[in-house]
Design a protein around this ligand. Structure first.
Ligand code: SF4
Length: 377
């Protein structure tokens, strides 16, 4: 099972597609080391994310606690404080680190509302590389404003020995957003094709399967059904800053329990989890985020191996591009079917970095997540 620990909702970025930064948590209420110590071992990918995890003063201790519990420990950061991750990498060089990067300097800083962000995170990742980090990369959220830079950003990362993880616009409780819509679905979808081909040309097996993941992103962008059904609550879960455990980070009606009050075993066996799993089976959303896609792509028999469908697609198309052929995307994707999308402008907060106030009166999940509808079709 994969687990994401959303360690805080505090964030020093001002992104246009994620409003976590408008909803900071009180550090005194954030999931504690003692609570995280209750997690059992045996997770596959355990991601410490946020908000911005480097704003947690105890990030190094969090990693000390979760590191032995997972095959892969990951930190998802905006990269604005790489020096806070340096001692972690010196101690655990194989901790996976992803810094958010949304294209070139002007575009990334504008989308993320980060003055000087691009330079800081690029230099920061190099610093971690020099310190011995072995699994370093950028994470890119595909949207209308940066999709034309996607393949270039992949090449940029590759030249420096970094990975590139991709995702796209979603509406979700985690992001406090229900108005992330594409302006031009067809154009964005077509522009993703380039990275699919480039990843298949790569010598790394990991990139071949990322190519399939990006194929799924094309379907998501067009508003089509998921390539593979979702396995939220079974193969992945999220812990929010108040220690509440959720099947996914999208629907706020999929609770499983609370790790501060219950043991992990109680949560997994609870009625709440049982009810939630029923709702997951009937879920009509077609999210396709790294966590939801990666876990869905895994074999149910050998978890380290892919399912037959993705494997066959990868082998067939890897062979094709290796022989100089082109992938005919229209064989796989119905481009004639594009879901309508309202045009909701996204605002850059680069030149207008609003101050945010801590709301201490959020005692229940309902108060913490006032948005109830999240459309991901
Ligand atoms: S498909 Fe449904 S259950 Fe799965 S991540 Fe999306 S909202 Fe959650």
């Amino acid at each position: 099972m994969d687990l994401t620990v959303i360690s805080t909702f505090r964030c020093n970025s001002r992104c246009q597609m994620c409003y976590i930064w408008k909803n900071p948590t009180d550090p005194r209420q954030e999931v504690s080391i003692e609570t995280l110590a209750k997690l059992p071992g045996g997770f596959d990918n355990l991601n410490v994310s946020g908000g911005e995890p480097t704003l947690r003063r105890d990030l190094a201790e969090i990693i000390d606690v979760v590191y032995p519990k997972a095959r892969i420990t990951e930190i998802s950061s905006n990269g604005l404080h790489p020096e806070k991750i340096l001692p972690i990498i010196k101690k655990y060089p194989n901790v996976k680190v992803r810094f958010s990067l949304e294209g070139d300097e002007i575009t990334s800083d504008r989308i993320r509302g980060e003055e000087g962000g691009f330079q800081t995170k690029v230099a920061g990742l190099r610093m971690l590389q020099e310190a011995g980090g072995t699994d370093l990369g950028f994470a890119f959220v595909i949207q209308d404003e940066n999709v034309d830079q996607l393949t270039r950003t992949y090449e940029f990362a590759k030249r420096q020995g970094f990975e590139l993880a991709t995702s796209t616009l979603h509406n979700a409780w985690q992001f406090y957003k229900n108005d992330n819509y594409f302006y031009d679905r067809l154009k964005v979808a077509r522009d993703v094709e380039g990275i699919v081909t480039e990843m298949l040309k790569s010598g790394k097996v990991k990139n071949w399967f990322r190519a399939y993941l990006n194929l799924g992103l094309i379907e998501k962008i067009l508003g089509h059904d998921r390539l593979i059904p979702c396995t939220a609550g079974r193969d992945f879960a999220f812990i929010d800053p108040w220690s509440d455990v959720w099947a996914c980070n999208v629907r706020s009606d999929l609770p499983m329990g609370n790790l501060a009050k219950q043991s992990w075993e109680e949560i997994i066996g609870s009625k709440s989890t049982c009810d939630t799993l029923g709702k997951v089976d009937a879920c009509k959303q077609n999210c396709w985020m790294v966590t939801t896609a990666r876990t869905a792509m895994r074999s149910t028999i050998i978890p380290q191996a892919p399912k037959i469908g993705p494997m066959m697609w990868v082998l067939k198309n890897k062979l094709k591009v290796s022989m100089g052929g082109k992938i005919n995307f229209d064989d796989y994707i119905d481009y004639s079917s594009v879901k309508p999308t309202p045009r909701v402008e996204r605002i850059s907060f680069l030149d207008n970095r609003p101050k945010v106030k801590l709301d201490k009166e959020r005692h229940t999940p309902d108060e913490r997540y006032p948005l109830k509808e999240f459309e991901n079709t």
